[in-house]
Write a new protein. Structure first.
Length: 81
């Protein structure tokens, strides 16, 4: 009984942070899916074998795409402020 109350209290006290974490993870998942599809289209047109999700997620292409996206959002928000 104490465990469920503790979990409920944790969720209630941290709901905003957990919601932002969920949004962040869903954004990364969307970036992963879209980026992998684009990369595989480029690879297939170059007659190379497509890559899987894990290979793309650990590639520098994924890291570059994510950081470029965050950089453009940051710069857009700071320049308009």
């Amino acid at each position: 009984m104490t465990v469920s109350r503790g979990a409920g209290r944790f969720l209630r006290e941290n709901s905003l942070g957990l919601a932002f974490l969920l949004g962040f993870l869903l954004t990364l998942l969307g970036q992963l899916i879209a980026g992998r599809a684009e990369m595989n289209n480029d690879l297939v047109s170059a007659q190379l074998p497509p890559v899987g999700y894990l290979a793309y997620a650990t590639s520098s292409d994924f890291a570059v795409d994510v950081t470029e996206n965050w950089q453009s959002e940051y710069l857009q928000n700071t320049c308009n402020a």
